[in-house]
Design a protein around this ligand. Structure first.
Ligand code: SF4
Length: 172
């Protein structure tokens, strides 16, 4: 599910770690996912008012382990489009705020950070942010709280590197 901004990486051809993650679906994305899923039985599960793609195996149900492709690629959720970037609640100097982070388990993250390329993620976070508004910030806040309240969803503890505070450019 790596975003287009990192697609083409050799790492993605052999790695499927992100396809095992729990994918949140933002409020305006629910209908898209339902449409592509083809029926009302689309695998969404809701916790604390936040929707996640439900899984019956280790993988996202839209992921083909045979072709290594996403079945809803054109309409995949925002969480997939920005991966390995993400927006979560992060505490810095005792203050909790929304931050852009990168998931450390992703080989692309490991490769770029080992080469001192944090600026790559900084630049892309800033680009995405220019298209975002306050309402999206509230959605990120809610999804992160819901996910953390459900730690049993996660097989491994969340490991990430903070990139920059989340500052949406558009006032809602
Ligand atoms: S929706 Fe598509 S890109 Fe996102 S995790 Fe599922 S298979 Fe991967």
């Amino acid at each position: 599910m790596a975003g287009d901004f990192v697609s083409g990486s050799d790492a993605c051809r052999t790695c499927d770690l992100c396809e095992r993650d729990n994918i949140y679906v933002l409020p305006h994305e629910r209908m898209l996912v339902k449409h592509d899923g083809g029926s009302d039985n689309v695998p969404l599960v809701e916790f604390s008012g936040v929707a996640f793609i439900a899984k019956s195996t280790a993988y996202c149900p839209f992921y083909s382990t045979a072709s290594h492709r996403c079945g809803i690629y054109e309409h995949r959720p925002f969480a997939c489009r920005i991966y390995p970037l993400d927006v979560i609640l992060h505490v810095e100097q005792g203050v909790e705020n929304l931050w852009w982070v990168v998931h450390d388990t992703c080989p692309i993250t490991q490769h770029l950070l080992s080469e001192g390329r944090k600026d790559f993620f900084l630049e892309w976070a800033a680009r995405f942010e220019r298209l975002m508004d306050d309402h999206l910030g509230e959605a990120f806040r809610r999804q992160d709280r819901a996910a953390r309240g459900l730690e049993f969803l996660f097989r491994t503890p969340l490991k990430y590197t903070p990139i920059k505070p989340f500052v949406p450019a558009i006032e809602g």
